[in-house]
Design a protein around this ligand. Structure first.
Ligand code: ADP
Ligand code: MG
Length: 216
């Protein structure tokens, strides 16, 4: 699904990624672990097309990312990639259901169909009792599950998650991890997850350890 080769990235004079190679197959749940500052988020942003490498290549679903620009890249991202961050970034003035629908509306989905898909995802994620509530009326765990539903609404091949349980307590973190594996079973959903959670790293198909700009 994704192949990154010899990825280098510097910010100013600081070399953050020093030649990272990574391959992820469809349906894999892979975690990235390692100390703060080792380049995990930078790698995730580059693989997720939010940032560009200085040298090296990223190929996703047979598409070389560097060949895309501007609108093409945004369209590719919207269709193929879902993101989940430590803080959910839900839009406060919209309901849970609307937050999940928005990315599909933006890519031209029909209102009724989109709402049905969103409800199905929110049901799978166990937050279908909160459809009409605003984000600030949800618990932290519920907010994050809505954010996962939003990441899934366009049925992207891969979800990139950057410390998705960093802001959750142990039981909510466990629940979210369980849901990731449930989604893998249901949709053959692929996940690349940056995490400090030992349990998740253990459960993953592979845990990649980053240190000082390299996967070691
Ligand atoms: P991690 O996610 O493993 O904690 P990051 O990828 O966020 O690490 O950051 C790696 C290094 O790159 C850090 O030293 C960080 O300060 C630096 N860095 C990250 N993003 C930027 C940026 N936009 N500008 C300058 N330096 C950055
Ligand atoms: Mg980080």
């Amino acid at each position: 699904m994704i192949s990154g080769k010899n990825i280098h990235k510097a910010y100013g004079t600081v070399q953050v990624l020093k030649g990272v190679d990574i391959e992820i197959a469809k349906g894999e749940v892979v975690s990235i672990v390692g100390p703060s500052g080792s380049g995990k988020s930078t790698l995730l942003h580059i693989l997720g097309t939010l940032d560009k490498p200085d040298t090296g290549s990223v190929v996703m679903n047979q598409t070389p990312i560097s060949a895309l620009s501007g609108k093409q890249l945004a369209a590719f991202r919207n269709k193929n990639i879902g993101f989940v961050f430590q803080f959910h970034h839900l839009l406060p003035e919209f309901s849970a259901l609307e937050n999940v629908c928005i990315p599909a509306w933006l890519s031209g989905g029909r209102k009724k169909e989109v709402a049905e898909n969103a409800k199905e995802l929110l049901t799978i994620l166990g937050v279908d009792h909160r459809l009409e509530n605003k984000p600030n009326e949800l618990s932290g765990g519920e907010q994050q599950r809505v954010a996962v539903a939003r990441a899934l609404i366009n049925r992207p091949g891969i979800i990139f998650a950057d410390e998705p349980t960093g802001n959750l307590d142990t039981s909510n973190a466990r629940e979210l991890h369980r849901l990731f594996f449930d989604l893998r079973e249901r949709f053959q959903q692929t996940f690349l997850i940056v995490t400090h959670n030992e349990e998740l790293a253990q459960l993953s198909d592979r845990a990649l350890h980053m240190k000082d700009g390299l996967i070691v």
